[in-house]
Design a protein around this ligand. Structure first.
Ligand code: THU
Length: 138
């Protein structure tokens, strides 16, 4: 597993490219995949506010476009001071690709870091295993 500082540097860099003219809340995310590759994303807002896409969602999309589906750790950076968390929709998105033991690091620009296992960030998730409980009748 890569040192988290490598991911923090990448997340800070991509955060600078966030398009956030409405909230002025810039977010950068950096994923390390199971193969040791790094994928980044920033939030991209829209004048039609509901179309905003979170940094985590864009990093996940980059990973999938890179042909990978397994996250071993992720960093999320905001300006701070003080770390943020991850919205509920992005927890569900992460659940698709993240083991319960994967590490999620929430960081700011002045060195604060809060690290959680994914299972503590998103307990009792809905996931692919639930869909296997379907009864298909036709
Ligand atoms: N945002 C993220 O990028 N990730 C999150 O987990 C929470 C919120 C973005 C969306 C929006 O552009 C701005 O932060 C304020 O909500």
């Amino acid at each position: 597993m890569l040192a988290k500082d490598i991911l923090i540097d990448q997340a800070r860099a991509v955060r600078e490219r966030a398009y956030a003219p409405y909230s002025h809340f810039q977010v950068g995310a950096c994923i390390e995949s199971k193969n040791g590759n790094v994928y980044v994303g920033c939030n991209v807002e829209n004048a039609s506010y509901g179309l905003t896409v979170c940094a985590e969602a864009n990093a996940i999309a980059a990973m999938v476009a890179g042909g990978e589906h397994e996250i071993v750790q992720m960093v999320v950076v905001i300006e701070g001071p003080g770390v943020s968390s991850c919205c509920g929709a992005c927890r569900q998105r992460l659940n698709e690709f993240t083991d319960p033991e994967a590490l999620i690091h929430f960081c700011d620009l002045v060195g604060n870091v809060k690290t959680l296992q994914f299972q503590d960030l998103f307990p009792y998730p809905f996931g692919p295993q639930d869909l296997s409980k379907r009864v298909i009748t036709s």
